[in-house]
Unconditional design. Structure first.
Length: 334
């Protein structure tokens, strides 16, 4: 039987704190569609985490959360500037354009998933024309698809010129827990002028839940209808909200991400294959040819080849020292 320990941080189960919170939320009756006490408490916990005054909603899918929020930031005749290998550009099957009724993407280069500021400046300098979709929003991802960390200064170098040009800002925080565990101050999100944050729970070790944080509260007008239209206004919403109480009460969200990051560093140190991108979170990317990858799969370990041709190893809250050592031994045996 194949092992999926390092295929993705989505392959692990939910952390105990999440399961306990779900059990507690299951008690008794509650209002539906996010009007319940659990959703209110989870929203308060997220506002406290970020130290912001914001509207908080919940979705079951990061793709839906990204697409619906980008649709709120850009009109159908406009575009979102993003990294060329960002999740919204490579892994969401056109969902931003679908939910945005034609919203386009302007893809930008940059090492290890971080947007090159000069490339953004060039995109912002393009004149408005009726023949193409001009940027109305900037989307950044922390940590990036390659596990690289943006510090506050690096984000500021992108967000300040974007805001000066009149763009709204979307932060894909699917792995913001890993960024926090690597030293990123999540309270910087408010200082930086982010308009919408998609705060990741699933990859952090929850059952499916993503928090949509509307820092620009004007976006909350009819946002419930937007969620309903997109199939994301869940009737028993307390079960999307409850995991956040478990993750945030004692900071398990970040502390367990710190464990995942530490496991990735250990795996990188043991890997006999060349590590390609900086190991700043819970991901390790290595050079590996196709025959070797097939032999790895046949040996019982499944991992993916990534967008740039590297092979990706992902660690999670549930990764153990023993599994890292066993996987490293399998790699050396190749």
């Amino acid at each position: 039987m194949a092992r999926y320990d390092f295929a993705s941080d989505n392959t692990a189960g939910a952390m105990p704190e999440v399961m306990q919170a779900l059990t507690a939320a299951n008690d008794g009756f509650a209002a539906g569609y996010g009007a319940d006490h659990v959703s209110k408490a989870a929203g308060d916990a997220i506002r406290a985490l970020l130290d912001v005054d914001a509207e908080v909603r919940f979705a079951a899918s990061g793709t839906a959360a990204n697409a619906l929020t980008l649709a709120a930031l850009a009109a159908p005749h406009e575009a979102v500037a993003c990294h060329e290998h960002s999740h919204i550009a490579t892994d969401e099957t056109g969902a931003p354009g679908f939910f945005g009724a034609g919203v386009g993407l302007i893809t930008l280069p940059g090492a290890s998933g971080r947007i090159e500021p000069a490339a953004l400046a060039e995109a912002l300098a393009r004149p408005d024309q009726p023949h193409w979709q001009s940027a109305a929003a900037l989307s950044v991802t922390n940590t990036t698809e390659y596990g690289a960390l943006y510090d506050e200064a690096a984000l500021k170098a992108l967000i300040e010129p974007a805001k000066a040009a009149g763009l709204k800002v979307h932060l894909d925080g699917a792995r913001l827990a890993n960024a926090a565990a690597s030293g990123f101050d999540v309270k910087a999100v408010g200082r930086l002028g982010v308009d919408v944050l998609v705060l990741g729970g699933t990859k952090a070790g929850s059952t499916p839940t993503e928090a949509i944080v509307l820092l620009d509260k004007s976006l909350s007008r009819r946002f419930g209808a937007r969620l309903k239209h997109g199939g994301q206004l869940t009737s028993k919403a307390r079960f999307l909200a409850a995991p956040w109480l478990g993750m945030l009460e004692d900071n398990a969200w970040a502390s367990r991400a710190g464990h995942a990051n530490a496991m990735a560093k250990k795996l990188a140190a043991l890997s006999p294959f060349k590590v390609v991108h900086p190991v700043e979170a819970n991901a390790v990317f290595v050079e590996m040819d196709e025959p070797t990858l097939k032999r790895l799969h046949k040996s019982g370990w499944f991992v993916y080849r990534f967008i740039d041709g590297t092979v990706r190893f992902m660690c999670s809250w549930a990764t153990t020292d023993e599994s890292v050592e066993a996987f490293a031994a399998a790699l050396k045996a190749l």
